[in-house]
Design a protein around this ligand. Sequence first.
Ligand SMILES: *Cc1c(COP(=O)(O)O)cnc(C)c1O
Length: 225
Amino acid sequence: MSLAERYEIVRRSIAAACARVDRDPGAVRLVAVTKYAPIDAVRELVDLGHRDLGESRPQQLIERAKLFESRELSWHLIGTLQRNKARKVLPVTTTIHSADDLRLLQTLERLADELRLRPQVLIEVNVAGEAAKQGFSPDVLYSVWPRILELRNLDLRGLMTMAPYSDDPETARPVFRSLRILRDELSQRGSLTLAELSMGMSGDYEVAIEEGATIVRLGSSLFGE
Ligand SMILES: *Cc1c(COP(=O)(O)O)cnc(C)c1O
C-alpha cells in the first residue's frame, strides 16, 4: 500500500471515530510521527499537504526542520527533552509534548523569556504509573500545579500521555479517560484552559479519539512498521 493510501485510510478512521462520539473531525489533529520514516517518505507526506510532523529526538527534529525550512510546517517534539538540549530545539519546535518534570518546565520558562518565544507546551503524564515511562504522576502534578501556574512565558495547552503497550486497544481506554478527567480537574484549579489532549498512537488512536483526544500521534500506521 502506498503512503497516500495509508494517509487516506488513517484520515477516514479518524473521521469515523469522531462520528461515533459526535465530535467534529476538525477538532482532532494528526501529528505524523516521522522518527523511523526515511526523509523521502516525509517529503511525500508534506507534498500531500500534511503540515504537522513529530520527532522524538531533538537532534533529528532540528535537522529535519532545517531541511523543510521553506515549507511552513509545524514540528512537534514528542520524546524526552534534556534541559541542555532545550535552547537549540525551542526555536524550531511548534509544540513540545514531553514536558515531564518541573525543572524542565522552569528551564523552558527561562529560555522562552530570553529568546522572546512563547512555545506551546504539553505536560506529559504517566497515568498508568509505569516504571519505564516518563511523565508526572497525577499526584506529583497536583502538588506542583501552583508552581506550574506561575510559568508566564509558556503557552501551556494541555496534557499528553502514552498508554501501556497492548494488543487490545480497549486496555488503553481507562488511561485516556483518566487523562481527560485529570485535565478537567486541573482546569478548575487556576486559569489554564488545557484545551489539548495529546493521546493515541497507531494501536489505540481510535479509542483515544472516542475519549477526547485532540491530537493523535501516528507513526507506523502511516509509514509502515
Ligand atoms: C513513536 C511514538 C509515537 C508513534 O508510534 P506508532 O505506534 O508508530 O504510531 C507516538 N508517540 C510517541 C511519544 C512516540 O514515541
